[in-house]
Design a protein around this ligand. Structure first.
Ligand code: NAG
Ligand code: NAG
Ligand code: NAG
Ligand code: NAG
Ligand code: NAG
Length: 392
């Protein structure tokens, strides 16, 4: 078995055969009942960044954050509570306890992604002092769209998509700077309708792979039936050279890709992207009269509205050759730090203490109406879009 070869020999063989050596050792695997050990809750108790209508779930919300009978991790929007007008609805937001530098591969294996009218789910990276430190949107989907949208958000300097980059996705905006394109970031849409929504689950889900090197950020979505046999959740190494042409590629030839990121997973409701009427009405019914996204969907009994507003994950793995990153971002609150230990030459995460977020009282009731406050500009800046703050 090739994976038993010493890595240096393997790399040599790859170089000799002219194939880009792209082996990354497994350093973290988050799944099952220990999944939550690797993540922290946000410091804020409600969505104070994208004008969405959510309180962020805490460790007490075991009906929203749990491991199911299949051993998969579920992060879901509350669809059992009656939410009175002017209150928000509980939904998940988690950050990785660790942070990462270039030389890293992130893999999320999911069987279900959150979708439905007013739903805005994302798996993304957050830089230090967000939004200045930048962002990679790996999975981002709103409402009843059919395709995943990927993006970088940068601030300062120039960062664009290199027109010579090879990718299978459709480039929608090539300037990554928040001041361009109404703040959409440099967006690339997957052409594969199995990449989001109901079709994603019907095809068994799949994996989102992000390879971040000093040369490029490459994102692949691979539907379940196309996942190469050589990739498994428990393999000690991940070889990106078997993946073929990426769905999206951001090259360092036209953008500096250096930053320090933590991972983020969340589901917002309405807000500056999913809740913009023009975007909402692309895939959901027109809003009636003076109703907003919030008054139409979030309040009252929304059990059916949010029946599909959940992530169901097999695992999130991290593979890295860059051991210099590790703990919280400089800007993070310090909740739930973790420590790294070294096992067989591979550092592995040992979950540290630190439990839940700050308490959700005084969370600023008065749900915002529909995130029009900052108009479209904030719209697609979406999940907080803005600055991959790439340090030059
Ligand atoms: C959101 O709330 C957190 C915690 O209070 C705070 O640190 C952060 O600055 C707030 N963000 C914004 C954009 O107001
Ligand atoms: C979530 O937890 C909060 C307390 O943190 C509680 O008020 C709320 O009812 C919980 N909701 C659900 C659906 O568990
Ligand atoms: C490792 O990550 C740090 C933090 O982002 C970065 O400064 C450094 O250049 C990275 N090392 C390599 C070899 O890419
Ligand atoms: C609430 O959501 C769950 C999935 O999390 C779903 O199985 C259930 O059917 C939903 N409830 C209703 C009434 O649609
Ligand atoms: C959060 O606040 C509520 C209401 O004040 C209280 O009952 C609960 O114990 C607090 N939870 C934590 C974790 O502090």
């Amino acid at each position: 078995m090739i994976s038993n070869l010493p890595i240096s020999l393997f790399a040599t063989l790859l170089v000799l055969s002219g194939v880009r050596a792209a082996q990354y050792p497994l350093t973290e695997s988050h799944s099952g009942t220990t999944f939550f050990d690797g993540w922290r809750f946000p410091a804020e108790t409600y969505d104070n960044t994208t004008n969405g209508d959510t309180f962020w779930a805490t460790a007490q919300n075991t009906s929203l954050l749990y491991t199911n009978e299949a051993g998969r991790v579920v992060l879901k929007v509350d669809n059992t509570s009656f939410v009175p007008y002017n209150e928000k609805r509980y939904a998940p937001k988690l950050f990785s306890k660790n942070s990462y530098g270039p030389g890293t591969v992130f893999v999320m294996d999911a069987v279900h992604l959150p979708y439905g009218c007013s739903v805005w789910g994302a798996f993304w990276t957050q830089g230090a002092n967000w939004p200045a430190g930048g962002e990679i949107d790996i999975f981002e989907g709103i409402n009843q769209r059919k395709e995943n949208m990927m993006a970088l958000h940068t601030s300062g300097g120039t960062c664009t998509i290199d027109q010579n980059s090879q990718m299978t996705g459709r480039i929608d905006a090539s300037d990554c700077d928040q001041s361009a394109n109404s703040g959409s970031g440099c967006t690339v849409y997957d052409r594969n309708e199995n990449s989001y929504g109901e079709a994603f689950s019907q095809a068994g889900g799949g994996i989102f792979v992000t390879e971040w090197t000093n040369e490029a950020i490459r994102i692949w979505f691979i539907s379940r039936s196309n996942i190469p046999n050589s990739l498994s959740a428990t393999a000690e190494n991940f070889d990106t050279s078997v993946l073929g042409t990426p769905t999206a590629e951001y090259s360092s030839s036209t953008c500096s890709l250096e930053s320090l990121f933590e991972l983020a997973l969340n589901i917002a409701l309405c807000g500056d992207f999913a809740g913009l009427p023009a975007l909402l009405e692309q895939t959901c019914p027109p809003l009636e009269g003076d109703k907003t996204c919030y008054t139409t969907y979030v309040i009252d009994d929304a059990s059916a509205t949010y029946a599909n507003a959940y992530f169901e994950l097999n695992y999130i793995n991290v593979y890295t050759t860059n051991q210099t990153a590790g703990g919280d971002l400089p800007s993070a609150s310090g909740i739930g730090k973790s420590t790294m230990t070294v096992t067989a030459g591979v550092s592995r995460t040992v979950s540290g203490g630190g439990s839940a977020a700050t308490n959700g009282t005084n969370a600023g009731s008065g749900a915002s109406s529909s995130g029009m406050r900052n108009g479209v500009e904030w719209g697609v800046m979406g999940l907080l879009g803005l600055g991959l703050g790439l340090v030059l």
